[in-house]
Design a protein around this ligand. Structure first.
Ligand SMILES: [Zn+2]
Ligand SMILES: [Zn+2]
Length: 151
């Protein structure tokens, strides 16, 4: 699921689907974002699998459970812990104990948001966060590439 999330984020959300993802890279305007539509899209395959294979005796039921578990983790860490959405997000940020892993995950996602545009962003995955030093170098490299294209 992490690989799927990486690929969808990098090549769809920062590609032809940017018009839905754009507002997530800009200062928040309200409780809901156009980007939240992706959560519904991602829930669709799991919902279909649960309906077609409605029991744990089927392999695809476990696949649906895996998709759902990843979605839940993504929502808790991305929307609540990193972006502190709503009062639940503020509560989570204060009460979930900090760890080296969580700090790295939060840093990596903030570095993803360092770029407001569609191109030049880094760290498209989520539960695996590359080292921040590597991401900062990659950001600089991509910014230099953009400058070279402008000249
Ligand atoms: Zn993004
Ligand atoms: Zn984000």
């Amino acid at each position: 699921m992490e690989a799927t999330a990486y690929l969808v984020h990098r090549f769809i959300m920062h590609g032809p689907g940017w018009h839905w993802h754009r507002d997530h890279h800009q200062p928040s305007l309200g409780l809901l974002e156009r980007n939240d539509r992706y959560a519904l899209i991602f829930a669709l395959p799991a919902a279909v699998l649960f309906i077609v294979w409605p029991g744990p005796e089927y392999t695809m039921w476990w696949v649906a459970l895996g998709i759902s578990a990843y979605g839940l983790l993504y929502m808790v860490f991305h929307d609540l812990v990193v972006h502190r959405r709503g009062w639940i997000g503020r509560w989570c940020r204060q009460h979930i104990p900090r760890s080296a892993y969580l700090d790295r995950l939060v840093n990596a996602h903030h570095l993803h948001h360092a770029v407001q545009g569609r191109q030049g962003a880094v760290s498209f995955g989520f539960l695996y966060a590359p080292p921040p030093e590597r991401l900062r170098q990659e950001l600089k490299h991509r910014a230099n590439q953009r400058d070279e294209y402008r000249v």
